[in-house]
Design a protein around this ligand. Sequence first.
Ligand code: THU
Length: 160
Amino acid sequence: MRKKELTIKVCEYDAVEELPESDQKLLQAAREASKNAYAPYSKFCVGAALLLENGEVITGSNQENADFTDGLCAERVALFYANSTYPDQAVKAIAVTAQNSHGFLELPAQPCGSCRQVMVETEVRYNEPIRIIMDGRKYIQVFEGADNLLPFAFKPGDLE
Ligand code: THU
């Protein structure tokens, strides 16, 4: 028997101004993108913004459907668009934010498990960790790499 303990590394910032400027810009882009959410069913509006290797910023918002399972999260809208439009560009960072009926979330907006899985695959695809910035009014969390969000992840190499 082996007993292990994992360490999750996270940096928490109490104000957006404390973040590096490029993170602040990415968060702002995510907040803008959340306004484009199509979320008539959940009324939960999520925005995501990606920073690509070439400096380009790609945004996405959640898009819902009357057939509920057909909707897609903001993070995957942005990631799949970026990866399909700029297949040679690594994703350096992603900022995520969300609003409910009370406004932007108090606690950091946490990506769902499926979006974490897609982040892991994107890291493997480009061999580059993604900086993940989660927006909250109380504080903002920053993670260096999706391993901190999804340890023991299923990875493309497992198929071989
Ligand atoms: N949603 C996202 O866009 N990202 C997440 O990581 C969590 C959930 C969306 C999906 C759905 O449109 C709404 O939020 C409520 O679950």
